[in-house]
Design a protein around this ligand. Sequence first.
Ligand code: UDP
Length: 331
Amino acid sequence: MNILITGGAGFIGSHLTRALLANGETVAVLDNLSTGSFENIREFVGHKRFSFAIEDLNNELVLDRLASQADAIVHLAAAVGVQLVVERPTETIETNVMGTHTVLKAARRYRCRTLLASTSEVYGKGVRTPFSEEDDLLLGPSSRSRWSYAASKLLDEFLGLAAYREYGLPVTITRFFNTVGPGQTGRYGMVVPRFVRQALQGEPLTVYGDGEQSRCFCHVSDTVGALEALLNRPEITAGEIYNIGSGDEITINALAQTVIDRADSASTLRHIPYSEAYAPGFEDMRRRVPDTAKIERAIGWRPAHTLEQILDDVIGYERTQLLKSVRRAHE
Ligand code: UDP
């Protein structure tokens, strides 16, 4: 299969690229390197089934050419990370809504099988956990810019489902819950790479709020496995929305302690009020747990990695990165 991955130089996109190439697929990556990085795809350059274009999604000519050569599109390109979303709300809305609109237009032209990435953010402040795909969604007020991310991705979902219903385009929506693993940057707020780096450098781990908020962390290779399986099953998954995440819930305090233990670090925890950690307009979620029964029923997927395995992987990766930067500093 020829697969176009928008946002392919991002964290999930580059892991997906690696897996697809290993399985014999042909992959084209489209990425403007806004939050993705060339480092993430450098290893694929020169591979005979890999190509890339450093371009914006709204370059319709490039997108059209790439879509015309693709059997499937995995649309991952989006403004992501809470910090970025709060700091640059206009860019978030424009990238997410217009980008998806352009991708779907191109997909319709060439009848591409399409996976659209959405997010657990769309469940908003819902208090009934676990979150299931048919649940009502409860977003905060528009005066708080965090919710613009959820609203923009929700509009993406509506656009995708409309393309399926009105034009028969085989679109599947994936709602990612917290996804982590080697190669994720902490620059845009993601907690696991931040904690791991702090622990390895002997700095205090910065826990926001009281730290009793909880999340479930899924290994990126499990997430990628779900995407590959969904790609291959349009006949049962087109027009559907699936949660992708782990059901293993942990508080941020407990996560911080587990990182310290596994990294064998002497770091301590430092609690920081939300008002100091984020720009105004931020509101945190207390709990976020996915119900993944639907995707398990459809394609038999469930995550395989434990939190300990995930953290060991990230710690190993970050140790190597730190060593590399120390060596570079001495060269
Ligand atoms: N968080 C934290 N310290 C950090 C970064 C994040 O305590 O350095 C908290 C954050 O407030 C949230 C949780 O960790 O409650 C997960 O944050 P992340 O940005 O990784 O994901 P999301 O908020 O999108 O679930």
